[in-house]
Design a protein around this ligand. Structure first.
Ligand code: PLP
Length: 416
């Protein structure tokens, strides 16, 4: 199926039946049915993923690429199978462009230390935006600090959109790399990554796109985006924690030295020197989270089975419904109004601290996140210490949005 087809919602999905795939959604919290509205933090897991991890340990457990016995071959096939599935999911040209990592943070650090640091010199710069997660700020600060380079920050508007012209203005000759979040974990803003990639490419500046919040919700195609690095994290896309991937153009991976040394990433080791395996294996030192990747492969199958276009369309409905309902709550202010927005709603209520609200909502069984969402600079931009954040997934229902709004009303009465 090509990207155009993958982006078209098709058959009517039975969302209530889909919901039954998630055992945890049957739980009660403080005597109330769980209403899980914290998917941007971590997604819940369908039984297909749980069973894949369980099956790995029951039937296939062995170390990868080290044993010639049957179990070793099965474990290796599952691990390498995850690479194939992620390559197809992201639209990579080749499976060798996928480095399996413990998540986005690890993938971005790999690019920071292995790609950026050797190229940075004093006076150089890396461009990011005001709406980045700390995982797309701190690794660059660390390598800039070592090289005497600095960060340049592209501004956003009050409504939470990137000012693209300003981003482009920052792409001057001393810039060695740009890093942009595809979908903001706080604002829900979907950034125009294709356009940003085109501008970077014109100037020969590699672009890393942080796809942590995009991969669970949108049909992706790294080739059509035109970026150079794309990083994802498994636990936000219904997969296990401790899994994720870096996609990078093969020619870039070939220029990058290994980041970690150890077993599995070598061709030959002598005390006089070591030669390394080809990418991607030279970046995958040590025993990986094989069971996790068996689970992530199942998660990719699961999401694709529903269809990313169907997921995006359903989440759009839920976002519209939740936005309408929350806008009716007196004193509630939503932060982030980009027209192209994923199902993430950050908000504040006059006179109510975000943590107090989240604590009271939890008493009603409603799980939302409160805090800075690992985006201090964005909080500083809006002049707030914390927000409450509702993040929806395809398994949520309109009834849960009602439950959220009722729980907020009760909490407001208690906190007023
Ligand atoms: N980038 C964004 C936009 C995120 O939302 C997150 C997680 O919240 C991360 C990066 C970091 O992901 P991980 O901790 O799984 O590496």
């Amino acid at each position: 199926m090509n990207l155009r087809e993958r982006m078209q919602p098709d058959a009517a999905v039975d969302w209530l039946r889909v919901r039954e795939d998630f055992p945890i959604l049957r739980r009660s919290i403080h005597g109330k049915p769980l209403v899980y509205l914290d998917s941007a933090n971590t997604a819940q897991k369908p039984r297909q993923v749980i069973e894949a991890v369980d099956r790995f340990y029951r039937e296939h457990n062995a170390n990868v690429s080290r044993a010639v016995h049957q179990l070793g071959e099965e474990a290796t096939a599952l691990y390498e199978g995850a690479r194939d599935k992620l390559a197809a999911f992201l639209g990579a040209s080749h499976r060798d462009e996928i480095v399996l990592t413990s998540g986005t943070t690890m993938a971005t650090n790999l690019v920071a230390y292995s790609y950026a640091l050797p190229r940075l010199k004093a006076g150089d710069a890396i461009v990011v935006t005001t709406m980045e997660h700390h995982a797309n700020i701190v690794p660059w600060q660390l390598v800039c600090g070592r090289a005497g380079a600095h960060l340049k920050v592209a501004p956003i508007t009050e409504s939470g959109e990137l000012v693209v012209e300003k981003f482009v203005e920052l792409l001057t000759p001393e810039v060695k790399l740009a890093g942009v979040v595809h979908v903001s974990n706080v604002l829900g803003t979907v950034n125009p990554v294709k356009r940003l990639a085109r501008e970077c490419r014109k100037r020969g500046i590699p672009l890393l796109v942080d796809g942590s919040q995009a991969a669970p919700h949108l049909a992706l195609d790294v080739k059509s985006i035109g970026c150079d690095f794309y990083v994802i994290t498994g636990h936000k896309m219904c997969g296990p924690t401790g899994t994720g991937a870096l996609w990078a153009r093969r020619e870039l991976l070939e220029t990058m030295p290994p980041f970690f040394g150890g077993g599995e990433m070598i061709r030959e080791v002598k005390f006089s020197g070591t030669t390394f395996a080809d990418p991607p294996h030279k970046f995958e030192a040590g025993t990986p989270n094989t069971a996790g990747f068996a689970g992530l492969a199942a998660a990719v199958d699961y999401l694709q089975g529903i269809g990313m276009a169907n997921i995006a369309a359903r989440e759009r409905e839920l976002l519209d419904c939740a936005t309408r309902r929350l806008n009716d709550v007196p004193g509630l202010r939503i932060i982030g109004h980009a027209p192209d927005k994923a199902a993430v709603i950050s908000f504040l209520i006059d006179g109510v601290h975000a943590h107090d609200l989240a604590t009271l909502l939890d008493q009603e069984g409603v799980a939302v996140r409160s805090g800075h969402h690992c985006a201090h600079p964005l909080m500083q931009f809006y002049g707030v210490a914390a927000t409450c954040r509702v993040s929806l997934a395809f398994w949520n229902t309109e009834a849960e949005i009602d439950a959220l709004v009722e729980a907020i009303s009760r909490a407001r009465e208690l906190l007023a």
